[in-house]
Design a protein. Structure first.
Ligand SMILES: [Mn+2]
Length: 359
């Protein structure tokens, strides 16, 4: 297991690399270049990032994310051009030692929450929160408009106000698309990129839908074990893997997370892990909790044990943390609670390893 930390780059992440390096057991980053989907990443920019990270004593073997352009997901327009750019980026990253590329195949929207700083009454910290009831009758356009107006905490990553017009067009492109239609486009993408990954020694790792159910009537095809069984079959290869995010998949209590890890771990189809905890508050209603099992509804010990038993060499990062100790930062991505999370996960790991050794 390699413990890593998500970092957004020195231009937009207030956390110095030195602080990340000082978290015990931290080996590297899940890092990125801030580029729009479809762009062929410039090699000199990545080489500079890698040098900066390596100079801080950290590795950058995992990229999160290289985003997939909507034309690839809808099978329209310039998809072949964007796939060619994606392949060029894979080759460039492999040349610089990258082993895993995380991405997702969610139509239009990445993760969605209805409050980015919901106070946890027990201790006054706050965390990301979702209640489907808060969406009411609002459609995506209205929610993006409200986000732009700064009302409530709605967040739709990637849909800044200036892209509203584009959003309307993109939503139209999905009208009438079924999950199988989306899957067909997914296969087209995987058939193109996975052989390149095999050639250069990179694994693609697909992140689940978050939350783990369809939103706004858009097709979503990566939010259950059954979905990922289909996904790994679309192009059967050890390079076609999951980034198993316990909090995203676990937002639906029907998903048995340790069982899913064991299932895909035994198949050698886990390329990376995001580990965090979730507190269920009702139907399609949850908030994010501290990593410690007893503060939420996931059994994080069982999760780490499943990783140890079936994919012990994977990359892991503590996923979203709460905001604690009055930290001001990117929602979900502050320093303190994620550092506590890493320490806790490392502690569980040590106990599991030593417990196994004693038999
Ligand atoms: Mn995640």
């Amino acid at each position: 297991m390699k413990m890593t930390f998500r970092w957004y780059g020195s231009q937009s992440d207030p956390i110095p690399l030195k602080y990340i390096k000082q978290i015990p057991g931290m080996t590297g980053l899940m890092g990125l270049l801030d580029k729009p989907a479809g762009v062929d990443w410039p090699e000199e920019e990545f080489a500079a990032l890698k040098k900066e990270v390596n100079d801080a004593g950290l590795e950058i073997e995992v990229i999160e994310s290289v985003n997939v352009h909507e034309d690839i997901k809808t099978g329209l327009g310039r998809r072949d051009e964007y796939i060619a750019n994606y392949i060029s980026t894979i080759r460039m990253l492999a040349k610089h030692g990258v082993k895993v590329i995380i991405y997702n195949f969610m139509p239009v929207f990445d993760w969605l929450r209805t409050d980015l700083a919901r106070v946890i009454p027990e201790d006054g910290s706050n965390s990301l929160y979702f209640d489907e009831k808060d969406l009411g009758e609002m459609g995506p356009l209205e929610i993006v408009r409200r986000t732009a107006a700064g009302s409530k905490g709605f967040s739709l990553p990637g849909w800044e106000p200036e892209r509203l017009a584009l959003l309307e067009t993109t939503l139209k492109q999905y009208e009438g698309m079924t999950p199988d239609g989306l899957r067909k486009n997914f296969k087209y993408f995987l058939d193109a990129v996975i052989p390149v990954c095999e050639e250069v020694g990179v694994r693609m790792a697909c992140h689940p839908d978050d939350p783990a159910w369809p939103i706004f009537g858009l097709p979503r095809i990566t939010h259950s074990q059954e979905d990922f069984d289909k996904m790994v079959q679309l192009h059967d290869s050890p390079a076609n893997t999951l980034c198993l995010c316990t909090g995203s998949l676990g937002s639906n209590p029907d998903n048995d997370i340790p069982a899913a890890i064991r299932h895909f771990g035994k198949m050698n189809r886990i390329g990376a892990m995001h580990v965090r905890n979730v507190k269920y508050l009702g139907y399609h209603h949850f908030r994010e909790a501290a990593h410690l099992s007893s503060t939420g509804d996931l059994d994080v010990y069982e999760i780490m044990k499943a990783i140890y038993e079936t994919c012990p060499d994977t990359y892991i990062r503590p996923d979203h943390g709460r905001m604690i100790w009055d930290e001001e930062g990117r929602p979900g991505y502050g320093l303190y609670d994620r550092a506590l999370g890493a320490a806790y996960l490392n502690g569980l790991w040590e106990a599991i390893v030593k417990g196994q050794a004693k038999g």
